[in-house]
Ligand binder design. Structure first.
Ligand SMILES: C[S@@+](CC[C@H](N)C(=O)[O-])C[C@H]1O[C@@H](n2cnc3c(N)ncnc32)[C@H](O)[C@@H]1O
Length: 245
């Protein structure tokens, strides 16, 4: 997979991309992340990429020409046409399902905004999909791009030590993940549930499924509004589940 990031602050990506799973997946050649500075496409000697809003009002707006030129240049860097995503608080809210969809693409082009956001003609002209990482306003799209990349990359085959890791993750089948324990068996009078020490894998799987449902009802009842989906890990159908009060 190739991910192009169009940004005014490529240096913001240095640290997140140079450690842990994001570094490993790049080293292994599973992912190629390419940063392009939108400012390199400014047309004047001041390298200006923003201007005042027509009609007045606070702040500055990202001008269309540098973003268009940058996006057109970047698309030509690889024969695979990228799925263009504009990062904006006005976009469709990012979630695990969207991460899974995006992880199946061969190429993504993420455009990070700054200032008071994009001139509207950027959205219209590029025909870009808009994605938000939540109902709050960040200073720029860089952190949003990093969130998306991080969530997408862990779903790529070969990214994690254990291929099965993401299958039980929270949200992967509409539930929160079951509670997890590691050593020691007893910590400050809190004991690991006996079932997890039993070695009975069938019973453990059933217990985990029940726990996942219970904690979803308790902490995120909104996830159960449409019943519980099942994935290949879970043979049982829990379609009558509804959130409890
Ligand atoms: C200060 S924000 C602009 C917000 C804009 N004035 C509005 O109210 O919709 C600057 C940039 O940060 C990014 N951004 C801010 N919040 C975001 C969010 N929740 N999700 C994705 N990107 C976001 C976008 O790229 C945006 O263009």
């Amino acid at each position: 997979m190739r991910i192009d990031i169009l940004t005014l602050f490529p240096e913001m990506f240095e640290s997140p991309l140079s450690c842990s799973i994001l570094k490993r997946t790049q080293d292994k050649g599973l992912i190629d992340i390419v940063l392009t500075n939108i400012r390199d496409f400014a047309t004047d000697s001041y390298r200006k990429v923003d201007d005042k809003p027509y009609g007045g009002g606070p702040g500055m707006i990202m001008m269309p020409a540098p973003v268009f030129d940058c996006a057109e240049y970047v698309q030509k860097l690889s024969p695979e046409k990228g799925r263009v995503i504009l990062l904006t608080p006005q976009g469709q809210k990012f979630n695990q399902e969207k991460a899974s969809q995006l992880s199946k693409e061969k190429r993504l082009v993420l455009i990070a905004g700054k200032y008071e956001g994009f001139d509207e003609r950027i959205r219209i002209g590029l025909g870009a999909e808009q994605i938000s990482i939540g109902d709050y306003v960040l200073n720029g799209g860089e952190l949003a791009a990093m969130v998306i990349i991080d969530a997408v990359v862990r779903l790529l085959s070969g990214a994690l030590g254990d291929e099965d890791s993401p299958k039980d993750d929270s949200f992967s089948d509409g539930l929160l993940e079951y509670p997890q324990y590691t050593r020691p068996e007893v910590f400050r009078d809190m004991k690991v549930p006996d079932i997890l020490l039993s070695g009975d894998h069938k019973k453990i799987a059933e217990w985990r499924r029940r726990q996942a449902i219970e904690r979803t009802k308790k902490f995120r009842p909104d996830l159960l509004k449409n019943g519980v989906r099942t994935n290949q890990n879970h043979a049982r159908q829990d379609s009558n589940l509804r959130p409890t009060d």
